[in-house]
Design a protein around this ligand. Structure first.
Ligand code: SAM
Length: 275
């Protein structure tokens, strides 16, 4: 990565505690470049001076570096597979065991679209089954602004455009041009700040350290180099319960080091099982 951009990132880390050193250089350069031109600076020396003078620019920089793009039921095939094949099996197994707690972790949850999609699917199952488990859906991100929006749970059309009409009318109320998620689903998810690159813990302390039946880590790994992907896979592996499921994004797969520790459950979607 360009030396001067590294200095900017070091400054960002000192001021806000965001460590982007493990992110792919090409991605960082492309994204930071957008702020360079937006603030009309000719190079990163000038940009650093600009930031020192206008500390709010750090928020804009964090914003472009942490890409929050998400939507409900993004990658619909994986969600259908989870709804049809994964969740019913887990619920059935739990029903017939002493463990009546279903634990799910959405890492890099952005504005909540992903964990809330799972909450909707689980609610549908619980209604049909006439049976409730203790449910613990835990969702984390490093972007505090995104977490704040997640708790508000009001979305634009872009975010809900893949939601089936029946579910849309059942779980959202329109509010002007926006869509507000109903409280019942909002209350099913607990949000917290957690950095997947943090080296001191394997999972957020609020999650009581793991034993998750399902962990979603989608469209997060793409930002990181191999060393950091390994660090994240180590966390994901440890956080999962025995035979727990890991859901990745469409272009992601376990890093080389972890390929023998996860089994892909079928060819058409991005769900893996811990071996
Ligand atoms: C493209 S969004 C993916 C959202 C959702 N998982 C999905 O697939 O639709 C990536 C999210 O990862 C978060 N993120 C980036 N680096 C992270 C890190 N080190 N720890 C936790 N979350 C991170 C970003 O803030 C952003 O909300």
């Amino acid at each position: 990565m360009m030396k001067k951009l590294e200095i900017v990132l070091k400054y960002l880390n000192e001021k806000r505690g965001f460590d982007f050193s493990g992110y792919r250089a090409s991605m960082i350069e492309r994204r930071a470049g957008k702020r360079l031109s937006a603030s009309k600076c000719k190079d990163y020396d000038e940009y650093l001076r600009f930031i020192r003078k206008h500390p709010d620019e750090l928020d804009n920089l964090i914003d472009v570096l942490t890409i929050n793009v998400s939507r409900f039921f993004r990658d619909s095939l994986s969600f259908e597979y989870i709804a049809e094949k994964i969740l019913p099996v887990i619920v059935y197994e739990k029903k017939n065991s002493d463990d009546h707690c279903l634990r799910i972790w959405s890492t890099g949850c952005s504005m909540g679209e992903e964990p809330y999609s799972i909450a909707i699917l689980i609610n549908e199952i619980f209604e049909k089954e006439d049976f409730n488990l203790n449910l613990n859906i835990f969702a984390t991100d490093i972007d505090s602004m995104a977490l704040k929006k997640a708790k508000e749970a009001v979305y634009s059309f872009e975010s809900i455009k893949d939601v089936k009409y029946r579910l849309l009318t059942k779980y959202f109320k329109t509010q002007g041009e926006s869509f507000r998620l109903i409280s019942k689903i909002k209350e099913m998810v607990a949000f917290a700040f957690y950095d997947m690159l943090e080296k001191k813990s394997y999972a957020p302390s609020e999650s009581i350290y793991g034993d998750f039946d399902v962990v979603l880590c989608r469209n997060v790994l793409i930002y990181f180099n191999t060393e950091y992907q390994d660090l994240i896979f180590d966390k994901l592996y440890r956080a999962l319960a025995k035979h727990g499921y890991l859901v990745l994004g469409e272009v992601e797969r376990p890093s080389m080091k972890f390929q023998t520790r996860f089994r892909k459950v079928n060819e058409c979607c991005h769900v893996y099982q811990k071996m």
